[in-house]
Design a protein. Structure first.
Lengths: 124, 124
DNA sequence: TGACGGTAGATCGGATCGCGATATAGGTTG
DNA sequence: CAACCTATATCGCGATCCGATCTACCGTCA
C-alpha cells in the first residue's frame, strides 16, 4: 500500500522499505498532524493548538490546510461531517499504518544519532 | 548561536525554543546528514552510503550537496582539508548541540505519536 | 586497450512544499 | 461596537528536494 505516496515510488530496491520520506517529501508537518490525529479526530484549528503544545511548533495556516488536503488526497486522513464551522479530520487505517512505520523509523534514526553523539566526540 | 539558521530568523517569540524545525525548514535531509556525521567525519559520497544503510533513504546528489552547503553556512558542519578527490565534513560543536536538541524533540514527538496510536483506536 | 561500472563531486531546471499575509466570518467580552 | 479569539481558505514568494546531466579518476575484465 501507499505506493504512490508522494508521486515518487522508488523503493530502495533493497529488502528494507524506507518509511522515512513516505509523506509528502520528507515528513515535517505531516508527521505532526498525523501524530496529533492519532489521539482522536480534530478540526484544523484544534490541530494547530495540539501540535503547538505537543511539539512546540506553530503550523502556519497555509502549511496546515495544504497539508490536510494532501493527506486527505493520499487517503491517510478523512474528513468527517462538519459541525458548526469546524471540519474535523480523522486518521484512516492506512494513515495509522503509515504513521506507525514512519514514527518507528524516525525513532530509530534519532536513537542512532544520539548513540553516535554520546559515543563519539568522533575521532577521525 | 544558530540565530540565522535558514535565512529565516523568526524565533518563536515565546519562551520555549522549538528544536523541531530548527534546520532548514523542517529537518529532513539535514537530520540524516548530521546524524551520520555524528559518527565521524565523512565526505559526501560516503555520507550518502551511510545514510542509506542507516535510514534506508537514498539522498539525491542535488539534495546532498546543497544541504551540505547550507549546513556549512550555518556553522553546523565544517569542511576539512580534502584528500584525493574527497571533501570530508565534520560536525561542529554547534552542530552537535543543535542535532541533539533536534533528535531529542523528534524522539519525544515520535514517542507521543506511538503512545497515541497504541492507546487509541481513537474514540471520538 | 577499451568498455564498463563504481567512486566522487558539482550544477541546473522543474516540481513540491512551507509559510506569512490576507480575507472572510461567527462568537464573546468589555 | 471594538477587540480578540475561533475557524477556514487562498495566494504568492521563497526555500528546498530531486533527478538528470556533466566531469573525472580508478580498477578490472574481456
Amino acid at each position: 500500500m501507499l505506493e504512490e505516496m508522494a508521486g515518487r515510488s522508488k523503493a530502495p530496491e533493497s529488502t528494507a522499505a524506507a518509511p522515512l520520506g513516505s509523506f509528502g517529501r520528507y515528513a515535517g508537518p505531516a508527521t505532526l498532524i498525523l501524530s496529533s490525529l492519532a489521539g482522536g479526530a480534530k478540526h484544523g484549528y484544534a490541530l494547530t493548538k495540539d501540535v503547538e503544545s505537543m511539539a512546540g511548533v506553530r503550523l502556519a495556516p497555509g502549511t496546515l490546510y495544504e497539508a490536510l488536503a494532501r493527506l486527505e488526497g493520499q487517503g491517510l486522513i478523512e474528513a468527517l461531517a462538519s459541525e458548526d464551522r469546524r471540519r474535523p479530520y480523522r486518521l484512516t487505517a492506512a494513515g495509522a499504518v503509515a504513521l506507525r512505520a514512519h514514527l518507528d523509523a524516525q525513532r530509530q534514526v534519532a536513537d542512532e544519532g544520539l548513540r553516535r553523539l554520546d559515543a563519539g566526540l568522533a575521532p577521525t
